[in-house]
Design a protein around this ligand. Sequence first.
Ligand code: CA
Length: 611
Amino acid sequence: MRLLPFILLVFALKLNSQVDRIEPPNWWIGMENPNLEIMLYGKDIGYLKPETKAKGVKIREFSCPENKNYLFIELNFSSGCQPGPVPINLMKGEEIATTINYPLKSRMLDSQKRLGYNSSDVIYLITPDRFANGDPKNDNVDGMLEVSNRKSKDGRHGGDIEGIRQHLDYIEELGVTSIWINPLLENNMPAYSYHGYAITDFYKVDPRMGNNEAFKKLCDDAHTWGLKVIIDGILNHCGSMHWWMKDPPTRDWINYYDQPYVETNHRKTLEQDPYAAPEDLEILEKGWFVKTMPDLNVTNPKLATYLVQNTIWWMEYSGADGIRMDTYLYPEQNFSTAWSKAIMAEYPNINITGEVWHEQPSILSYWQKGKENTNKYKSHLPSLFDFPLQAALNKSLTTDNSWGQGWIYLYETLALDFEYPNPNNLVVFADNHDMSRIYAQLGESAAKVKLAMAYILTIRGIPEIYYGTEVLMSSPRSRDDGKARGDLPGGWNGDLINAFTGKGLSAEQKAMQQYLIKILKWRKGASAVQSGKTLHYVPEKGIYVYFRYNDEQKIMVVLNKNEEAQKLDPNRFKKTIDISTKGIEIISGKSISLDGPFQVPAMSAMIIECK
Ligand code: CA
């Protein structure tokens, strides 16, 4: 008698055994695009024919690629369709070989209306393996190829989603308003997987980071703290251990699949270069990023749709507020803009920041929405990382004050803002996870880090601060990712120094934390900094002065990179900007008389709110 349920279970498993994967794993009713492509994977599944009688659900078409282990079903949802499982029979001739019950949910209330991040926000960038180990039990998980090794700079250190969740209070207290988290999806690679950019399953959070539900909970909890969440997306490549690699749908799914290795040339001028050799452009777009990251062929329409839907799935599932898109110019450019357009159609008020790592605004601006390009390329990407300004900031603070040096780098780079359709929607930063830490770049001078932070927090754009800057985390001066992405002190049990509680921090570290808190909290109410106009004056004698202003507020920023205090005469600026006779310097809280020359302390910033 007890055998019967067991036999039924085995029978049911046998019937369903043909479908090993269904992606996306579910969908929602009420999306802007009423169509959905489902990818089914299973032995010989491509020979089956899908049918459904579900109300409001139509199979527009189905197809089996050259690999018979895949079946693509193109669905259309109309107004009559209801949330719940959609039964789809997979027919072998007249017989039902198996039935899948595809989960269809109602779209979250106001999902489409969600607001993204903008220049009223400040982003805190987190490398999750290195921020805090909230759950030591998930440091090693059966089936995962790489085990944790905190002793190795390139190993997995055990940081996770729970670690971030437990410290949302700290992040909020710092005064930032958004978190951008480096990729959390499964990276089941044999080595060097902690960074997260070699995805082996596009629909699954890496179990060493937590799970899908934990990520959703993190987004929910962040929202209750008033923090926005920015997902780190990757469209250009997957990890070489991705399950596609053993059995891809088509031979062209992966560029240079089963062919001699071709690496991308990383030449970011190619899309715009009037003299570019077509074969060079092809290598940029189709060459692999590195050997462990095979290049996805986004010109395959099935894969293109898969990737668009994957981003939408994570946005809809998690309730996140925006996207940082990795290696934005590496995939074929018509795909990139189609992707941006499709995401923005579902979430018209969010923001997406693309990574185009180039130091020329003319190269960068090509990719921003609204740019009139000579070759007629029309981008739908709203935001970019301001790499030109990042490079200029570094040079400004590491060169002397002679002609053409020092602040002139920042002054002349900002002057090129005429290239951008929307400079205020660029993300400004001093460092990120792909370079040496700002403290190291600036020769471990806390005073210079403060100058850099004062600049990014008051100039136009959306500031981003890399985690650990607030406690002056350092790295080698030349790029060494494993070391630059160090463990935040206090994130691991037994840490003697603790950034969260302040325990063991040096006076200089504590001062840096307080410095950031001061400016960040003030910035939350500084409308002139968030969205005001900018007016800057030619830097003189190591001092750079600029104003951020609107009808309500006038902010005067004075950056002094001299080793000595300097006198500054505000009368130079009064011809154009009506600054009153008095101001409050918001870092020190001191009153400043603007009637005549005032003292600017050595190697420091003054942020003066004119009264
Ligand atoms: Ca852990």
